[in-house]
Design a protein around this ligand. Structure first.
Ligand code: 2AM
Length: 177
């Protein structure tokens, strides 16, 4: 089985800005440089033939390149804990690309994504007891902003889970424009 997702990878200067914003709060489990990305579609575990069909369907997507910037930070909270993330602006082209990616996944045989799409780059995860540290970070970094960068491709990643955390490998990449 292959655990797959489709994402945009911000370039190094943008990742550097995100890493610079991370502090040494032990309550927040920061994401490493290799794992910083904006998920367009989480696919989950699929067998090889379906993975190949998804990769082929993604290759048929035609979508123009666009500019994106990091803008603000936010939080997802669940009962077990949450995630701290950086937002992006504008959201419209990312949402349109994510919708196309979803349609390609459906054409390949996957169920459509039913959850609302909230474009974000996860920066840290935290346990329920550490939500205050996440709120504090959010308050201090409300005006986090980057220069715009040109989004010229998107990537199919395979996620390998281990005791040491998640490791993401590029399986294929797709040019925009
Ligand atoms: P996250 O950044 O908000 O945690 C690989 O797991 C990527 O897919 C992560 O960026 C993760 O989002 C995203 N993702 C979306 N839905 C997921 C799910 N149900 N399970 C695991 N990861 C998911």
């Amino acid at each position: 089985m292959h655990r797959l997702f489709v994402a945009i990878r911000p370039p190094q200067p943008i990742r550097d800005l995100l890493i610079d914003a991370m502090d040494d709060s032990p309550a927040l489990r920061w994401v490493g440089d290799d794992n910083l990305h904006l998920t367009l579609r989480f696919i989950g575990e699929v067998e090889r033939p379906l993975a190949d069909d998804v990769a082929a369907a993604l290759g048929r997507i035609r979508f123009p390149g666009f500019a994106l910037r990091i803008s603000g930070v936010g939080r997802f909270e669940q009962r077990s804990g949450g995630a701290l993330w950086a937002g992006v602006d504008p959201r419209k082209p990312v949402a349109e690309l994510a919708a196309k990616v979803d349609r390609a996944c459906v054409a390949a045989g996957l169920e459509p994504e039913r959850r609302a799409f909230h474009p974000h780059v996860t920066l840290a995860r935290f346990g329920r007891r550490n939500a205050a540290a996440a709120r504090d970070f959010e308050r201090r970094n409300a005006d986090l902003e980057s220069e715009p960068w040109a989004v010229t491709r998107f990537i199919l990643f395979e996620s390998q889970l281990s005791r040491h955390g998640a490791h993401y490998e590029e399986v294929a990449d797709y040019a925009l424009g």
